[in-house]
Design a binder for this molecule. Structure first.
Ligand code: 9MR
Length: 594
């Protein structure tokens, strides 16, 4: 998101344009779906579920593209009043905070619905249901008073044939009157919120739409504070597009009501293919066009924008791909179809590179490796990784903001830079250079490197089984009697005495000594290390000890949790292991201690 700024806010069509300082009136990020909708006096929104709020890739798109958010579940009755009188607003508050932080409106969903309704409501004596419902509305709409643009006051009152859902505890207790009671209670609790009826399969003409039309007409005639009717528009490529959608929406508008598309998505039987995709694109486009064709259709909301959090696969096994973005947040053709329907072009190509990483530091870690760290770069679509350059050549990449460069020569000065990348492959300028000089190889044996692999089946059983190899990349032979290796781990409770074993060594287990040493004070990822030393021998320049298969257990055979151990790597084949350290005469010559 850009920094807070003055925003041009387009009100409903026909109204004047106002310049307001950061009014919570829509994200309207230039080029976004909401900005395109705002240019036509509408809002473009999305459902947001709790899981998405914890996913930075999700929140980046949610904040950028949408001007209104609907909590997919967080404001439903079972979330806010799971037991009578025990209210819990934390999940809804999180969504409201997110929306306000990004200048978005909130569509409250939903106050009175037969579904996701805790059992205690249906168990009440009929005479107590109205009081419970009105109290629920007073508490919930009262809690978020002034922060909700629109409330779905009553959701899904009808069966598909247009008869009332008589099995709803509210209808069962009060008959149709529950709807008027609910709207009056909502108006009293939050006088500024727009109050909506909302249902599905009412978007095209038919018995259910007619029933909704008659209900809306009756409520208007009775002076019930009904402001609008929401049409969910959950579509599927295997069924036809709802018949006469625009005309149907228009007749509700003609009653003096606002209308909105509140839960748009277009699912398909999997697998995806070109024909189904073409139908999906067409349905998304026509739904948006139907709304734009009705002056009082004030918003389109999609029922989540990414397949990653779509409700479809669990509700309709074998169906999916219903959203505008795929699970990796790549916009689909349907996204372009919606853009075009809104009067925009296709997705503008992402040509903006991330900012250059700053704060790069390099620290030599012994004779053959160095650790680099830097601050996160920023990007309009999100940074996806970093490339690390040593002396001008790319040597590796990192997903986060640190990197260990290995295979260096002792007593050598190196220069590093780092560049950030985004999903479209845009690469930032290089960071400022950082330099470091590796340590001299100890004891006349420069270039010792430890390699490691995991010989264990399980990282949570009662043994740690590292495989180690010592490689001499220096130019002179190394005296093995002066070399020690340390594999750093945590004991993880249980007995504090250990047994260490050599199961196999190419140089012979007789030539290898192993013991477990306790640290005087715990360090991150280690309170012990397995020390390996050699009785005698010489490792020629360019040579390797070959494999040394080691094993550690506690004397009570209790289990370890290895994944958090400093030296642990998920690796079934040998590679340089900077977190398994090597020493000559006790001086670190390879790797990084915890
Ligand atoms: O998206 C919601 C999903 O996470 C829930 O499991 C489901 C349970 O009923 O409700 C989904 O949202 C529904 C919305 O509240 C009302 N219209 C239909 C939506 C899709 O089922």
């Amino acid at each position: 998101m850009p920094l807070p700024r003055l925003r041009l806010v387009a009100l409903a069509a026909g109204a004047a344009l106002l310049l307001t300082p950061l009014a919570p009136a829509g994200a309207a990020e230039p080029g976004s779906l909401d900005a395109l909708a705002a240019a036509q006096g509408r809002r473009f929104g999305t459902a947001v579920d709790d899981a998405g709020l914890a996913d930075p890739a999700y929140t980046t798109v949610a904040a950028r593209e949408f001007g209104r958010v609907t909590p997919a579940n967080a404001m439903k009755w079972d979330a806010v009043e799971p037991r009578q009188g025990a209210f819990s607003f934390a999940r809804g508050d999180a969504l409201v905070d997110f929306a306000r932080a990004h200048g978005q409106q909130v569509r409250g969903h939903t106050l009175v619905w037969h579904s996701q309704l805790p059992g205690w409501v249906a168990a009440l004596p009929a005479a107590q249901v109205r009081g419970a419902m009105e109290n629920h509305i007073a508490q919930v709409a009262g809690h978020w008073k002034g922060k909700i643009h629109t409330w779905d006051v009553v959701n899904e009152p009808f069966n598909d044939d247009g008869t009332f859902r008589t099995t709803s505890p509210f209808y069962a207790a009060m008959g149709e009157d529950y709807i008027a009671y609910a709207f009056r209670a909502a108006r009293a609790a939050d006088p500024d919120a727009k109050l909506y009826l909302n249902d599905y399969n009412t978007e095209g003409s038919g018995a259910k739409a007619d029933a909704m039309y008659r209900l809306a007409s009756r409520l208007k005639a009775q002076g019930v504070p009904l402001d609008g009717v929401g049409f969910q528009v959950h579509l599927a490529t295997q069924y036809g597009f709802p018949y006469g959608m625009q005309a149907n929406l228009q007749r509700f508008a003609d009653l003096g009501l606002d209308v909105a598309i509140t839960e748009l998505d277009v699912r398909m039987p999997l697998p995806v293919d070109a024909a189904k995709t073409a139908v999906q694109n067409d349905y998304y486009r026509r739904a948006v066009e139907a709304c734009l064709g009705v002056t009082r259709c004030e918003s389109v909301t999609v029922w989540d924008f990414t397949d990653k959090y779509s409700w479809v696969p669990s509700a309709f096994p074998g169906q999916g791909s219903a959203a505008l973005y795929d699970e990796q947040y790549r916009p689909k053709a349907a996204y372009d179809a919606v853009r075009q329907a809104l009067g925009g072009g296709t997705t503008p190509p992402d040509t903006r590179a991330p900012s250059a990483p700053v704060g790069l530091t390099a620290t030599a870690a012994g004779a053959t490796s160095a650790t680099l760290a830097w601050q996160a770069a920023t990007d309009d679509t999100g940074v996806t990784g970093y490339d690390v350059y040593r002396d001008g050549a790319r040597v590796g990449s990192a997903a986060a903001t640190s990197y260990t460069d290995t295979g260096l020569s002792p007593s050598t000065a190196y220069r590093w830079t780092v560049r950030a990348r985004d999903a479209a492959g845009n690469v930032s300028a290089a960071s400022a250079e950082a330099t470091a000089t590796t340590a001299p190889g100890g004891g006349g044996a420069p270039g010792l490197v430890v390699q490691h692999r995991v010989n264990d089946q399980s990282a949570t059983d009662n043994q740690i089984k590292p495989g180690l190899r010592l490689v001499n990349r220096g130019g002179a032979a190394a005296d093995l009697s002066r070399v020690t290796l340390r594999y750093w781990f945590t004991g993880d409770g249980g007995s504090s005495s250990f047994s260490a074993w050599c199961d196999y060594a190419a140089v012979g287990c007789g030539a290898v000594r192993e013991k477990v040493v306790a640290l005087p004070a715990g360090r991150p990822g280690a309170d012990h290390y397995l020390e390996v030393s050699f009785a005698s021998g010489s490792l020629a320049a360019g040579a390797s000890t070959g494999e040394i298969q080691l094993r550690v257990n506690k004397t009570d055979w209790s289990a370890f949790t290895e994944a958090d151990d400093h030296s642990y790597r998920v690796a079934s084949s040998y590679a340089d292991a900077p977190k398994v350290t090597a020493y000559v005469d006790g001086v670190l010559v390879h790797g990084i201690e915890p």
